[in-house]
Write a protein that binds this ligand. Structure first.
Ligand code: PDD
Length: 282
């Protein structure tokens, strides 16, 4: 489990970041987190497509083809023998003398990937958890998966201090997403989630869940909804890589519906489980 991928080479994990790496100094970089189920990378093409988009938005030229990086990441997962876990892939703009503006000379992006084993999340998914509300103080390009995560980490810290799994973020009255997941609410059999625009990260799990909902003939509306809608919802759940679907039983101490995971959320969770279980036997 201690091999990492560094600029195309599989090496032992060690500290080797230049102090003028722009990712280190400015958070000038992008990343993806991919779930590993039964030793297989889940929805990797979708993650790589999003990475490509993030790179384009920040004018970072990816130093690999999609086919090559895919091959390397599959290899890394195999070498480290991860069965259930995560793969973290990060690309920073690279090393250059520190100036706020982008370097004029050509810099080579720094590509790092490593894997991590994860404990069983079944109980969290089955029991659900709680969330708190926090004002969304992030920048206006939340659609780009950048390393700039301080507002997210601060919000999550608040949540953890209050024994909650997530901080649900809102800009004024409108619920956007959570510190490291997307948020769905259900009211009268209809599922609502914030549209995929610059205010949220368009989660790969979010997109898969929307597809599952459509296949189940459940109406899903990608529209903004308010904190009041959230608190008066019948069911609330969050989605993210490897968490998949986690029911939210209460928000800021206020019970959602019965205060227990709802029927529709359980149905969606089960559909997701079937999907990842199929991957494991492939
Ligand atoms: N976070 N929104 C935010 C702000 C996120 O950071 C994440 C994921 C998501 C869900 O996206 P996806 O379904 O593609 O994982 C939504 C990852 C897991 C992280 O930063 O560790």
């Amino acid at each position: 489990m201690n091999q990492i991928l560094l600029n195309g080479n599989m090496i032992k994990r060690r500290s080797c970041i230049d102090i003028e790496d722009r990712g280190y100094q400015f958070g000038d970089g992008i990343y993806e987190v991919v779930g590993i189920y039964g030793g297989k990378l889940f929805l990797m093409d979708e993650h790589l497509q999003r990475l490509k988009r993030s790179a384009r938005e920040l004018s970072i030229k990816l130093p690999f083809t999609m086919a090559n990086i895919k091959q390397d990441l599959i290899e890394l997962t195999k070498v480290n023998d991860v069965i259930e876990g995560l793969l973290y892939l990060q690309i920073t703009r690279g090393v250059a003398p520190r100036t706020h503006e982008l370097p004029v000379e050509k810099v080579e992006p720094m590509v790092v990937a490593y894997t991590k084993e994860l404990g069983d999340l079944t109980e969290l998914q089955d029991m659900g958890s709680t969330a708190i509300l926090q004002e969304d103080i992030r920048w206006l390009r939340c659609d780009v998966k950048t390393l700039n995560l301080l507002p997210n980490t601060m919000a999550k810290q608040r949540a953890v201090e209050q024994g909650a799994v997530e901080a649900i973020l809102h800009r004024g009255e409108v619920v956007t997403e959570a510190s490291s997941s997307n948020v769905f609410i259900i009211k009268d059999g209809i599922v609502y989630t914030h549209p995929a625009n610059n205010f949220i990260l368009n989660g790969i799990t979010r997109q898969k869940v929307i597809q599952i909902l459509q296949e189940l003939n459940i109406l899903v509306k990608e529209v903004p909804y308010t904190v009041t809608d959230l608190l008066s919802a019948d069911e609330v759940f969050i989605t993210a890589t490897k968490l998949d679907v986690v029911p939210i039983n209460s928000v800021d101490g206020h019970d959602i519906g019965t205060g227990k995971p709802g029927m529709m959320t359980i149905q969606i969770l089960e559909a997701m489980r079937q999907l990842t279980a199929r991957l494991q036997v492939q």
